[in-house]
Write a protein that binds this ligand. Structure first.
Ligand code: PEP
Ligand code: MG
Length: 581
């Protein structure tokens, strides 16, 4: 075949080379007919039997998941099992059978279309992808009604093959991982679909959203799948294939070298211990954190619990969510950050506050994060109580975002005190010495870090916002992204002031903005005195490698010199020398 390059969304890193197995889900031919009144009872029984079969199939699949696999995989199957029990899929179709006298397959189709229309109307990409789950579950019931099992790929040996499919259900993905597939390519799916999340968590290269892939590739074609860049290549000359094989080998060696680091301590060449933690917000981030050997979670963003919904989660819902995270960390430390909604993180619709954003004012400078929480004391208190209660189950710290003034810290501490008193009165357990800290991400906070340190147990530098506020350059605005300069001496000086204030007050200072996970900056930050880094889990092995290769004493002097530079460009040149040491 002629060389062919297809583009999609690379969702799981790594290069795979192998023969194609096209996974055609045999399309269901749904018949639609009206029942005679005397047939209704039988049709209802047929539907209920199909529900039982579908549920049994999923339960069997769940039982096949090895105990060593991450819990998330089982939870995807569980979510499909729960959907089978949900009245939207178990009761409404029966109503349609009874009232509109539709046959069962048709009733399911009508209900699926109605549910999909609701999901399509949502303007959130994550929720829109949940319609995939509805489709997968409905198809499973319809197959059961028609006595069909999906035979796609079942008879083939899939070891080392690249699966090309229109779509894959989480169940397909799990089964195929067992069979040792090398990569997935799908026409549908987005970066937040369950299949994508699974592929990432299973560490299988995957490219999704490759339009018309099935039109272009055939069984046994040799494909190259690059999960990092979202590329799918076919029909390559042997010499080009050889190049990719070399890259694949180098990539594997690099990953294996990094994986070996997991067991090794994070200590600099001159013997300084450096804590490497993970940032997380979803449960799959926790599995990734464990996989790379993170010491704990240095930033747990709680916004995900509040996004894409119309009402606020209550204390109990939050408590259960935080407790789940605490328990899954099995004694490793967890820093939970209180709500950082507003600006780039949308508000739930029942938290409509008067904000300048509608009047065209900049939401990043408006009522977000702690400002919003201090305005709505009840909402904030529910979260503080939930975090306190979760602290009874393991080492939890609480972190306040976007602090700019001492007054905000004092107000938050006052509310925390009230929450503690209430919990004591109610006889609920919590850790009385739970550390309380704040993010340093507003320049004013960095400049008064010495004063803030008097009230707090730790700081964590949020460079994402610290850079945008120091440089007055919106972190989302492409027009000014040239000003978004992590190495600007102004930014470095604020980091330095914060580190010094922490040292002087004897409280730990961590960094959880993206700078902490950028291996190019590791030595510079170590030289400035940073000893705790929290980052996206996938960056951790590389940062650890740099830590181990760094003689901190040797970079300190050069790092201090960078503070006196006049521009980011000048620091960039110094950085090259530091990194070459
Ligand atoms: C930061 O600002 O650096 C940070 C970690 O917070 P977020 O990215 O969630 O605003
Ligand atoms: Mg921030």
């Amino acid at each position: 075949m002629a060389a062919l390059g297809l583009k999609g969304v690379g969702v799981s890193r790594g290069v795979a080379i192998g023969p194609v197995r096209v996974l055609q889900h045999n399309r269901l031919n749904i018949r639609e007919y009206t029942l005679a009144p005397s047939q209704i009872d039988d049709e209802l029984m047929r539907f209920q039997q199909a529900l039982r079969v579908a549920s049994q199939q999923l339960a069997e699949l769940r039982a096949q998941i090895p105990v060593t696999t991450s819990v998330d995989i089982a939870s995807f199957i569980d979510s499909h099992l729960l959907m089978l029990e949900d009245s939207a899929l178990s009761q409404v179709p029966q109503q349609l059978i009874r009232e509109r006298r539709c046959n069962a397959e048709w009733a399911l189709k009508l209900q699926r279309d109605a549910l999909v229309a609701v999901f399509d109307a949502m303007d959130d990409a994550y929720l829109r992808t949940r319609k995939d789950d509805v489709e997968h579950v409905v198809t499973r019931i319809q197959r059961a009604l028609m006595n069909e099992r999906d035979q796609a790929g079942a008879a083939d040996d899939l070891h080392g093959c690249i699966i090309v499919a229109d779509d894959l259900s989480p169940a397909d993905t799990v089964m195929m991982q067992h069979q040792g597939v090398a990569a997935f390519v799908t026409e549908l799916g987005g970066p937040t679909s369950h299949t994508t999340i699974l592929a990432r968590s299973l560490g299988i290269p995957a490219v999704v959203g490759v339009q018309h892939a099935l039109r272009y590739v055939r069984h046994d074609d040799v494909l190259v799948v690059d999960g990092s860049f979202g590329e799918v290549l076919a029909g390559l000359e042997p010499s080009a294939l050889e190049l990719f094989r070399k890259r694949q080998t180098a990539d594997r060696r690099h990953q294996a070298d990094l994986a070996k680091l997991k067991q090794l301590p994070s200590i600099s060449r001159d013997g300084l211990p450096v804590a490497l933690l993970a940032n997380a917000e979803l449960t799959e981030d926790l599995s990734a954190a464990k996989r790379v050997g993170a010491k704990g979670v240095g930033l747990f963003r709680t916004e995900f619990l509040f996004l894409n919904r119309s009402s606020l989660p209550d204390e109990q819902e939050q408590y259960l969510a935080y407790r789940k995270v605490v328990r899954s960390l099995k004694g490793a430390p967890l820093t939970i950050r209180t709500l950082d909604l507003g600006a780039d993180k949308n508000l739930p619709s029942d938290l409509r506050i008067e904000s300048g954003a509608e009047a065209g004012l900049n939401p990043a400078l408006g009522a977000r994060a702690i400002r919003l929480c201090l305005r709505d004391g009840d909402m904030f208190k529910a979260q503080l109580r939930a975090i306190l209660r979760a602290s009874a189950d393991g080492p939890v710290s609480l972190m306040l975002p976007m602090i700019a003034t001492e007054h905000e810290v004092l107000q938050a501490l006052e509310l925390l005190d009230q929450a503690r008193q209430e919990l004591i009165a109610e006889g609920r357990a919590f850790d009385e010495s739970m550390p309380i800290g704040c993010m340093i991400e507003v320049p004013a906070a960095a400049l008064i870090a010495d004063a803030l340190a008097r009230h707090l147990d730790f700081f964590s530098i949020g460079t994402n916002d610290l850079i945008q506020y120091t440089m007055a350059a919106d972190r989302l605005d492409h027009a000014v992204n040239y000003l978004y300069q992590p190495l600007h001496p102004g930014v470095l000086r604020l980091i330095d002031i914060t580190l010094k204030a922490g040292r002087k007050a004897g409280i730990p200072v961590s960094m959880c903005g993206e700078m902490a996970g950028e291996p190019r900056f590791t030595r510079l930050l170590l030289g400035l005195g940073l000893r705790e880094f929290s980052m996206q889990p996938m960056m951790l092995p590389e940062v650890k490698r740099i830590v181990q290769s760094t003689d901190v004493a040797a970079v300190e002097r050069r790092a201090r010199r960078a503070l006196r530079a006049a521009s980011a460009g000048e620091v960039e040149r110094m950085l090259e020398r530091i990194n070459a040491l």
